[in-house]
Design a binder for this molecule. Structure first.
Ligand SMILES: [Zn+2]
Length: 236
């Protein structure tokens, strides 16, 4: 029998903080570094914490640089959020006000709750409302231009998808899109609107999108490259 360093509960100590998930579908232990949730270990239904922590130690060489990169991105996001938050390509300065519970925009400033704990939720609510206000007319225009119909616009909190289009014609858009430059919001609205006509990523889909958004590659590349950093700006 081998001996291992024991943690406070008498089990081997984990090398770093992590979230443990149990999955009935998991056949083996998997480890990933999620941009929003950090280090996640998924174990099968009958897996043990000791097994999870053993996997963490064995994979630490793979984990360490990824966690360091994520922490670096979070730090940069927090630094830039202290200066202001992006809104469709502008930067709105954050002005904490005593007694304020909701966010209000005043020119190039956002008046926000003084209490940091309230601020995240208040900002999310404000950005969410703005996302609907900005996306709805764009979607109406896009849908009218291509002669399609949609049933509903949903503003979502999805972290891994900017938008989607269901078979029943519901267009879903992440509120975080208004943190991106305006061209990115336009691109995703058009992308999903084109799915109303072509529910796939075949050549006819891209041809229709290109017809209406000739330079769509630029915002698409921007979202791929910088999207994760956007998601870190307002921790929910
Ligand atoms: Zn698509």
């Amino acid at each position: 029998m081998s001996q291992q360093a024991a943690g406070p509960q008498g089990r081997p100590s984990a090398p770093r903080p992590y979230t443990l998930r149990r999955s009935r579908r998991a056949r083996r232990i998997t480890v990933r570094v999620d941009p929003d949730r950090g280090l996640i270990v998924t174990i099968p239904a009958r897996g043990t914490v000791a097994e999870a922590e053993r996997a963490l130690r064995e994979l630490d060489g793979w984990i360490a640089p990824r966690v360091a990169a994520l922490e670096d991105r979070r730090r940069r996001a927090a630094d830039s959020a202290a200066l202001g938050l992006p809104y469709l390509g502008r930067v709105l300065e954050l002005r904490p006000e005593p007694g304020r519970s909701r966010v209000r925009r005043d020119g190039d400033a956002l008046l926000v709750p003084e209490d940091a704990a309230q601020r995240g939720a208040a900002l999310t609510a404000w950005y969410r409302a703005r996302a609907r206000a900005e996306a709805a007319p764009r979607l109406e225009a896009a849908v009218a231009a291509i002669g399609a119909r949609y049933s509903r616009l949903r503003i979502t909190d999805t972290r891994t998808r900017w938008g989607s289009c269901s078979s029943t014609g519901t267009i879903s858009l992440s509120w975080r899109l208004v943190l991106a430059p305006e061209a990115c919001l336009d691109y995703v609205v058009w992308h999903e609107a084109c799915h109303l006509v072509h529910p796939h990523h075949g050549p006819t889909f891209w041809a229709l999108l290109q017809e209406h958004v000739p330079d769509y590659r630029e915002p698409s590349a921007w979202l791929r490259a910088r999207g994760t950093d956007l998601r870190l700006l307002i921790p929910a």
